[in-house]
Design a protein around this ligand. Sequence first.
Ligand code: UDP
Ligand code: MG
Length: 336
Amino acid sequence: MSKILSIVVPVFNEQDSISPFLERTRPYLAKALSLMGAGARGEFLFVDDGSSDRTADMLAILAGSCADVRSIRLSRNFGKEAALAAGLRHAVGDAVIPMDVDLQDPPDIIPDMVRCWLDGARVVNARRTDRTSDRWFKRVSAKAFYRLINMVADDPIPENVGDYRLLDRAAVDVINQLGEKARFNKGLFSWVGFRVAEVHYAREVRQHGSTKWGMRGLWRLALDGITASTTAPLRIWTYVGLTVALAATGYAGFLIIRTMISGVETPGYASLMVSILLLGAFNLISLGIMGEYVGRIAQEVRNRPLYVVETDSIRSSETASPPAGDDQWTDQPMRA
Ligand code: UDP
Ligand code: MG
């Protein structure tokens, strides 16, 4: 059966970027399709994330006149992560590449990614080796963020790999069935596993329009990323509380002995100090215990599958990849 390659492009007020994007990307898509064998087809799936400029009109015209362009429009601006999730769900490709429309993700490497995919990789990460095109603050904050999240996250997130990557249908199907609402796509893409390959590229400057991520958006994304990948911030309080309790007990012992040796200096000081420290410590410990439970509740609510099966020797002779909605690769039916 001939293969389909989907390029999923979330757009928000990008009227000036769409045509240059298509113009620059199409030749590389054609090159990639030629690697994929006879009858291979490509589709550009634009997700209009509630644009208020002429983006919607342009997409309607393009979708009407070009066989390889499809577009869906969200009812308002839901943010890039939600738009990308919508795009992944509506893409029909055997492989899907999420891409920014501003040409910061250079299309030149699409044929390389497809080559890795044809060689058997199910996920092909595109790693930015050169970020000098980003502003100083973005570079430094991104680096600090990856440092932090990889210190605390349960599953590491590769540094300098954005949403731009190739995902095999098997990976897309798994991601589509994850029910969590606070979407942090980079975390999900690396959580999903499978055989991973990597290609490298230099980050380019935005070609048209201006960035749609303000400080607030990035901050919220960072918080979503951390809370979606780890419960450590909830759980540290048990240990902070235990440490304080230990120190308080030591200090109490010291105060008691000192009072016995040299008498009372300031009446009430020793007893007040010790009770404040110990009560504070008990508070922290009980917060930590709550955190342990809340963290587990958060994990249960997220309802990620326990594991994802890559190949099954019995089934693999029937189908190359499990059809969507088939739950044989997890131990429980997942929410759609
Ligand atoms: N985008 C979106 N919804 C938003 C913000 C951004 O669909 O609320 C799209 C935007 O049109 C672009 C991509 O996400 O195609 C990346 O956005 P941008 O280039 O502004 O982010 P940056 O490269 O500055 O991180
Ligand atoms: Mg950009």
